[in-house]
Design a protein around this ligand. Structure first.
Ligand code: CLF
Ligand code: SF4
Length: 523
């Protein structure tokens, strides 16, 4: 009988014409591809790392922190920290003027061809600082016309500025909506500043909610893509976010990004100081899963800083400090549009091939009854980008987690961890925490792993697998799933009961200066 592996190989070797060209699952959201959506929408999202999960493996964003002021107070925010609308609560290292921001964009884009999007997400609220925000967009669109413009807002000022947003060709707007019920809202927002007056309590939340929903409707009427961010605060708005999800869907939001509350006493926020906890990874996934039937969910958000630079999950802002940018002579910056386009073309070809392989694998798996009826499992992956399993276990600062079954390998979250390998030595404490962080996964796919961590993981019934090193993530996951199910049927693996309360950790990987991530896409 033909082995499953050789059956897959045969599928992979079949000519392109045999491919379905389209996933059987028709979705239209962050994990969707070109076959799932209107071509006009696909053009807008295909290289936006936040609006397309697939794109986030290949493309980077940068934030320019030109907007210091805010017009509301959120209980999860302390003014000296980044805006939690879009960032982890870390201090913005440096603020920028619109002129310096445009110069920084040119410098970053000429060095990081992956960078396709510039967003304004703080440090306060982009639309509470409209002149600085729009001046920055004006300067960037003149200097770097191929870059997408993106902004994030709490929505209070939004209805007054929708026309300006459209005038500046901003195609992507994020509105943070944590409630549609002022009774819930008053537990999140102590005050807002609106119409030259400070409002408190339920009145404040009523105004804020009405303005957010009106702004959302006005944007979607202008065909501007809107992502809604919501901060999940257990015991306050967790159940209520299902209603928020229905309301924003009704008003045409493209994507819903439910993010965990990040709350530590040292951040000095109201929630941090009063001991309000954030959700566990499992609670977050459960809520995201229950909203998915209603609309498409973003699961790959890394809650980045308001001055982040690089792929989601890493932060190269330390390479581009104000001091360095100020010292650059603008005429020395080579903004090579042709090279940037060539990079994107190469990425698109790679993505197309990956999609084709994945679809062929899925259609092959679907023919096997045992696989089709097998329940999904969680599998972790160590990657440094480009959609490849290309990171050593000991060098990973985060693991991506996928839910895999015979129909798909879906990105469902990430787990941030401490480095296992420091200075060439394995850290036992880190290994213990990594094992806990991955406790609900049946395997972790890595480029390489040493014997000692492999044994520890296997004792926790997490298979450490390095035979897919430097191969594409999704096809490898589907292949692994087929092998896993075969082993379960052969009695070699007993499926484990999964329960977990994994604490979510904040903080993006900050790339050490001088060790940038690889730029080249494989041939
Ligand atoms: Fe920035 Fe936000 Fe635009 Fe992305 S981030 S303004 S939509 S370019 Fe992205 Fe970062 Fe999550 Fe924001 S991962 S915090 S969703
Ligand atoms: Fe902080 Fe952003 Fe809320 Fe303003 S909108 S209080 S900056 S989290």
């Amino acid at each position: 009988m033909e082995s499953r592996d050789s059956a897959f190989l045969k599928i992979l070797q079949e000519p392109e014409a045999e491919a379905s060209g389209c996933s059987e699952k028709s979705t239209c959201g962050s994990s969707a591809g070109p076959a799932d959506m209107d071509p006009e929408v696909w053009e807008k999202v295909k290289n936006h790392p936040c609006y397309s999960e697939e794109a986030h493996h290949f493309y980077a964003r940068m934030h320019v922190a030109v907007a210091p002021a805010c017009n509301i107070q959120c209980n999860y925010c302390n003014r000296k920290y980044d805006c939690s609308n879009e960032s982890r609560p870390g201090v913005v290292s440096e603020r920028l003027t619109p002129e310096l921001a445009a110069k920084k964009v040119l410098a970053v884009a000429s060095e990081i061809h992956q960078m396709t999007v510039v967003g304004i997400a703080g440090a306060g609220d982009s639309l509470a600082n409209p002149d600085k925000t729009f001046k920055t967009f004006e300067l960037i669109s003149k200097a770097a016309p191929d870059i997408k413009l993106c902004l994030s807002t709490n929505g209070l000022a939004l209805p007054d500025l929708v026309d300006r947003i459209a005038d500046y060709n901003v195609d992507h707007v994020t509105v943070t909506i944590n409630m549609v019920d002022p009774e819930v809202g008053e537990k999140i927002y102590p005050w807002i500043f609106f119409n030259k007056k400070r409002w408190k309590g339920r009145d404040a939340s009523k105004i804020l909610s009405e303005r957010q929903l009106l702004g959302l409707e006005m944007l979607t009427a202008k065909k501007i893509l809107v992502k809604v961010n919501s901060v999940m605060i257990p015991g306050i708005n967790d159940e209520h976010l299902k209603e928020v999800n229905r309301e924003v869907k009704k008003r045409g939001a493209f994507l819903h990004n439910i993010m965990p509350l990040i709350s530590e006493a040292e951040h000095g926020t109201y929630f941090g100081l009063t001991g309000q906890r954030g959700p566990t990874a499992q609670e977050l996934k459960h809520l995201q899963d229950s909203c998915e039937g209603e609309m498409n969910m973003m699961r790959h958000c890394r809650q980045c800083r308001a001055d982040a630079v690089g792929l989601l999950g890493e932060d190269r802002s330390a390479e581009f400090t104000n001091e360095k940018i100020e010292a650059i002579e603008i005429q020395d910056v080579e903004y090579d549009l042709t090279a940037r386009e060539a990079y994107r073309d190469k990425v698109e070809k790679t993505r197309e091939t990956e999609r084709r392989i994945k679809d062929m694998l899925v259609s092959g798996l679907g023919k096997d009854e045992r696989l089709e009826s097998a329940p999904p499992v969680l599998v972790a992956v160590a990657t440094q980008g480009e959609g490849l399993i290309n990171q050593h276990f000991g060098h990973a600062r985060e693991f991506q987690v996928y839910e895999v079954d015979a129909s798909d390998a879906k990105f469902v979250g990430h787990r941030r961890v401490d480095l296992y390998c420091e200075g060439g030595y394995g850290e036992d404490d880190s290994l213990k925490r990594i094992t806990e962080a991955l406790s609900d996964c049946v395997a972790v796919l890595v480029a390489k792993i040493g014997g000692c961590p492999k044994k520890t993981l296997e004792e926790a019934r997490i298979a450490a697998v390095d035979r897919f090193a430097h191969q594409s993530i999704k096809p490898s996951l589907l292949t692994y799933f087929a092998e896993y199910v075969a082993d379960v049927h052969a009695g070699k693996i007993v499926p484990k009961e999964v329960s977990g309360q994994t604490k979510i950790r904040s903080g993006a990987f900050t790339a050490p200066v001088g060790q940038p991530i690889p730029l080249l896409v494989r041939q």
